[in-house]
Design a protein around this ligand. Structure first.
Ligand SMILES: Cc1cc2nc3c(=O)[nH]c(=O)nc-3n(C[C@H](O)[C@H](O)[C@H](O)COP(=O)(O)OP(=O)(O)OC[C@H]3O[C@@H](n4cnc5c(N)ncnc54)[C@H](O)[C@@H]3O)c2cc1C
Length: 311
């Protein structure tokens, strides 16, 4: 995790449209595109082909159709229609039925009702086809609305859904208790956005300490939690806690992002742990890609090397 200043730099860069246009031109070029390390393709067919290899390594997966923050009801409806088509394509392909999505992609910025309606449309098809649907967590202005919508859908009987809690937010212990009461699955992450100090821990040591506390709370009292991190210390702490309590490996799963610490992903599978890879795809990959660069300076060098090789 980089400090707040470095995160801010990459969030700033993500907003520059010239950079975005340049990156879009080269980033996903067939075969050699530098963003392909982190993005499984621009279409669902490309993503499906890409994940076949993961399945053979014993990894589970969740597909994320990239896109965030639409500002019109029409764009939100289009995104939900896209998701329904993606569900159909996944069913046809025979890969695991598990997707992740964001509520701003479904119209949360338009209004709550639009996002709920679009979610319902997706869940109608997802539930009928035995999918698990994870609602990703976005930045803190959306935390309460995301949890509220999640609870509404849960109360309406949608039980194959889960959401995400970020350890950098100071409110997260209370939110986990709230979700544990429902009996819903939680994915625990450190948090990917630049947040003010009023709501979020700023130091890595504080975010990590909170992560360990929340991981223990989820393993002890939660329902099949997902511990989503590439941090070897967090992973060791999780294994140690499970061992100390005598929890079986199928009480939880680890999750990691596509293209990040692939060595660790397969090593954990070999040790007998469940590991799910979050596989993003779609044309709107740039903001996601910039968040990943912001997390690790070495990724910038990796991307630059890729660009130079192309020339
Ligand atoms: C499956 C999954 C789903 C997620 N969903 C959400 C979500 O809904 N909302 C949200 O806010 N965040 C989400 N995140 C992102 C998360 O919040 C962190 O930003 C991200 O995982 C980096 O934190 P870390 O736990 O890996 O630890 P860090 O402290 O950032 O990193 C620890 C070590 O992991 C490795 N590493 C971490 N990131 C990278 C990278 N980009 N490239 C290469 N190596 C890296 C490095 O070795 C680093 O030293 C998700 C993460 C995962 C794995």
């Amino acid at each position: 995790m980089l400090d707040a200043t470095s995160k801010a730099v990459f969030h700033g860069l993500a907003q520059i449209s010239t950079l975005q246009r340049l990156a879009s031109k080269f980033g996903m070029a067939p075969g050699s595109g530098f963003a392909r390390r982190f993005i499984a393709g621009e279409t669902v067919d490309e993503a499906v082909t890409c994940v076949q290899g993961l399945r053979h390594q014993g990894l589970m997966l969740t597909l994320d159709y990239l896109g965030e923050s639409v500002s019109s009801a029409a764009a939100a409806a289009a995104a939900s229609a896209d998701y329904v088509r993606i569900i159909e394509a996944i069913v046809k392909s025979g890969i695991e039925r598990n997707i992740s999505l964001k509520l701003t992609q479904l119209g949360l910025d338009v209004d709550r009702a639009t996002a709920v309606d679009n979610m319902r449309r997706i869940l109608e098809s997802a539930d009928a086809n035995g999918f698990f649907v994870r609602i990703d967590m976005e930045n803190s202005p959306y935390t309460e609305a995301t949890l509220g919508i999640f609870e509404t859908l849960w109360q309406q009987g949608h039980r194959q859904i889960g959401t995400v809690i970020q350890s950098y937010l100071k409110r997260s212990e209370a939110d986990i208790r709230r979700l544990n009461t429902l009996g819903s699955r939680v994915r625990l992450v450190k948090g990917a956005y630049k947040e003010p100090k009023e709501v979020a821990f700023q130091k890595k040591s504080e975010v990590d300490a909170a992560f360990v506390d929340l991981m223990r709370l989820l393993l002890d009292e939660g329902t099949y939690p997902a511990i989503a991190t590439h941090d070897p210390d967090m992973i060791e702490a999780t294994k140690a806690h499970a061992r100390a309590r005598g929890y079986p490996n199928d009480r939880f799963e680890f999750q990691m992002l596509y293209g990040i610490r692939r060595d660790l992903q397969t090593a954990l599978v070999k040790e007998g742990y469940r590991v799910r890879v979050y596989v993003p795809f779609g044309k709107q990959w740039y903001p996601y890609f910039m968040r990943r660069l912001g997390e690790r300076p070495a990724n910038v060098a990796f991307v630059l090397k890729g660009i130079l090789k192309e020339r």
